[in-house]
Ligand binder design. Structure first.
Ligand code: GDP
Length: 297
């Protein structure tokens, strides 16, 4: 996912460690190259600026030049900065599970972002954790999307709410809530309708459903291939919906990773999962420290 960035950074650090003794200028130069590498990876400019300012401060404070292995110190400072950028130490965030079942997970996002696929992938993951999962599509404008979710639910080995034609999205949400309660489901995943562009109707419908369903998790699904557009989308949704986390899809096709690297700093929200293939089991838990380690190769 971060192939280009990994290549760029490893060449910066190789050159640095080849030098042995480092001057302040060498370190400045290396950080300047790290800055360019991050910008080329499509990381948002304010995020890059903040990263570099903190790295410079740490390099000065830790007296990198006089340390035994100065180049390693610069790598360590970069690693720490990446971990922070991606959401901090402490491993994966995981999902908030309600003590009072069913735990409702609301999926939001633009059409085509991979929302429905991700809903089913989550269903599979939670089903494997021995949770009883119900999936429900609220996409009343696209009957095909409802059928797609029902088909994917079968593949994931979890249940889906029977489709009733003519119901409004809030009515389906209410029906799903009472079915989940009555039938003892642990988890209810609600897949909201998406549009191809951000629009008021989509936002207010999603906000109304959030009010009705009082979800423990409201996850925005965004396509990592769209880079900074994904970040803008996440920001716009978060202004209208109390999001609790993000899922970035198509990480498998993204060679730059700019959305993943900018999301946390711009939106303040944790990335909880990465979509890593079209297949139903293609969903990885996101762990900032592990991802930062992978970026540095
Ligand atoms: P929705 O309109 O947001 O519900 O999007 P869909 O779930 O229908 O997904 C749109 C397309 O993206 C489908 O062909 C999915 O198989 C594909 N897709 C979803 N997530 C991923 C992913 O993580 N990686 C890849 N390669 N394809 C994905």
């Amino acid at each position: 996912m971060f192939d280009a960035l990994t290549d760029r950074l490893s060449s910066v650090f190789d050159r640095l460690s080849g030098r042995g003794v480092l001057s302040e200028k060498d370190i400045d130069e290396a950080l300047r190259e790290v800055r360019v590498a991050l910008l080329e990876a499509d990381v948002a400019l304010p995020v890059v600026r903040d990263f570099i300012a903190k790295a410079k401060e740490k390099a000065a404070g830790q007296d990198v030049i006089r340390s035994i292995r100065p180049a390693d110190q610069v790598v360590k400072i970069t690693y720490d900065g990446l971990v922070e950028m991606l959401g901090g130490e402490g491993g994966a965030e995981g999902l908030n599970i309600s003590l009072n079942p069913p735990t409702v997970i609301l999926m939001a996002g633009l059409q085509g972002s991979g929302k429905t696929t991700t809903a089913a992938k989550l269903g599979l993951k939670l089903g494997k954790d021995r949770k009883k999962v119900l999936l429900a599509s609220l996409d009343t404008r696209r009957p095909a999307a409802m059928e797609q979710l029902a088909t994917l639910a079968v593949q994931a080995g979890v249940d889906s709410l029977p489709i009733v034609a003519g119901q409004s999205a809030p009515d389906i949400a209410r029906r799903a809530m009472s079915a989940a309660k009555l039938q003892g489901y642990d988890i209810l995943i609600l897949d909201t309708a998406g549009r191809t562009t951000l629009d008021e109707a989509m936002m207010s419908e999603a906000a109304e459903i959030a009010r009705i369903a009082n979800p423990s998790e409201t996850l925005l699904v965004a396509d990592s291939l769209t880079g900074q557009d994904a970040v803008r989308t996440a920001k716009a949704f978060h202004e209208r919906l109390p999001l609790t986390g993000l899922v970035l899809t198509r990480a498998d096709g993204d060679g730059r990773g700019g959305a993943a690297l900018s999301m946390r700093a711009v939106t303040g929200l944790p990335i909880k999962f990465l979509g890593v293939s079209e297949k139903i089991d293609g969903l990885d838990v996101f762990d900032a420290a592990r991802v930062a380690g992978r970026i540095l190769g």
